[in-house]
Ligand binder design. Structure first.
Ligand code: LLP
Length: 384
């Protein structure tokens, strides 16, 4: 089992997110080394975890950022990223966000519709700037992941259909304040099979031919994020297999020498380094179940309630050889505030601490103040 400094945890009010910074650094080093080996570019998807300390650590490894709101652009700038390292995606960019991005001199906008293209051109003209843009293409590929996190199907709201690309390119090339230099794809998240990525490569190749025919000079080929992590066995697989992932694209995409291959991983970079640490408030004997009622709730970690996600639970202050089966539930007034049903844990009692593992991505980032609960704190292994 992973090491948790439980002696030090005793002083800290729960619930809190605990980040294993050595693991984060090991993951980032792996990504940076492989990016160099394969000659590709990596932009960390800030949405997975915008915590300032996480962002500044990511920056130290020469990795850029993929932002989806003005707030994320500001968070990136606060963490020291220069505009050149920032990409800006999202279906609904406001005028204020587009202005902020232009003022920040970001590397590239990922544009998702014709009206958005027109708006970016108009704002850039008003500000006397050139907006570098990539067109987000909807490749209509099923990523076989949860319906809420699949994004590359025609029925999803994201991107432009392949059939509409020619018109998009024509429009973009006629505009004075946009420079169409990239194509962008993202098919979904928590993808653990190679097949959807191989299919994506096929689609990207087709789109590149189409773009060339339409007269666009493409230098950025951004294939998004989506690489999954092992939620069942975080200790067995702490660092996702980035080598295999990058290699799929290197083997299946033939890019020109002046074309850069870009990735936007979020979960795979920060997922395994974070755990939500919570204390058992009460063990309650139900009619047919035993409930471990903990002090973290769905407001602290939404993924189980929203996606029926399962985070492995470790009992970190009890090493009882005897175990029992519990429903691990939070204090929020909803039945969906449940982290696990029928979870086998070593015998626990009031005051014991649990670690909900693999919570570094979309954990703290999606926390809310529902039920007027405070936001969870963050604690870093190198700060204890
Ligand atoms: N690029 C784009 C355009 C995206 O929409 C996303 C994630 C990423 C990159 C990063 O994907 P990743 O490498 O993290 O899979 N809240 C959900 C996940 C939502 C993902 C949204 N888009 C969850 O907790 O599972």
């Amino acid at each position: 089992m992973a090491y948790f400094p439980t002696d030090k945890f005793k002083e800290i009010a729960t619930p809190f997110y605990y980040y294993d910074m050595a693991l984060l650094r090991q993951t980032l080093q792996t990504v940076a080394d492989l990016a160099e080996k394969f000659g590709c570019y990596v932009h960390y998807a800030v949405k997975a975890n915008p915590n300032l300390k996480i962002l500044t650590t990511v920056r130290e490894y020469g990795i850029g950022v993929d932002c989806v709101s003005g707030g994320e652009i500001r968070a990136a700038v606060d963490a020291g990223f220069t505009g050149e390292r920032i990409m800006f995606a999202g279906v609904g960019k406001t005028d204020a966000e587009i202005e902020l991005a232009l003022e920040t001199n970001i590397r590239c906008f990922n544009v998702e519709s014709l009206p958005e293209l027109e708006n970016i051109n108009a704002i850039a003209a008003r500000m006397n700037r050139m907006a570098h843009i990539a067109v987000r293409v909807n490749p209509n590929i099923d990523a076989h992941t949860h319906q809420y996190i699949t994004t590359g199907l025609s029925e999803n709201k994201f991107g432009i259909e392949v059939g509409e690309l020619e018109e998009f390119v024509k429009k973009a090339l006629s505009m004075k304040n946009v420079d169409l230099c990239g194509v962008h794809f993202h098919i979904g998240s928590q993808i653990r099979d190679d097949e959807p990525f191989v299919m994506l490569c096929k689609k990207v190749s087709e789109v590149l031919v189409l773009m060339e025919k339409a007269g666009a000079l493409i230098s950025i080929v951004d294939v998004g994020g989506g690489l999954g992590i092992d939620y069942d066995n975080p200790d067995g697989n702490p660092v996702p297999d980035f080598e295999r992932y990058f290699k799929i694209f290197k083997d299946n995409l033939r890019l020109k020498p002046d074309q850069q291959l870009h990735f936007e991983p979020g979960r795979s970079i920060v997922g395994q380094c974070g755990s939500l640490i919570t204390r058992v408030l009460y063990v309650k004997e139900g009619v047919s179940k035993k409930f471990a009622i903990v002090d973290a709730g769905m407001n602290d970690l939404l993924r189980p309630a929203l996606y029926h996600a399962h985070h492995k639970i470790d009992t970190i202050t009890s090493d009882s050889a005897v175990d029992d089966v519990y429903d691990v539930v939070g204090p929020v007034c909803e039945s969906s505030d449940c982290f696990a049903n029928d979870e086998r844990l070593s015998l626990i009692s009031r005051g014991d601490m649990l670690a909900l593992r693999s919570a570094g991505a979309y954990g703290e980032a999606m926390a809310s103040r529902y039920n007027c609960r405070p936001l969870p704190a963050s604690v870093f292994s190198d700060g204890l």
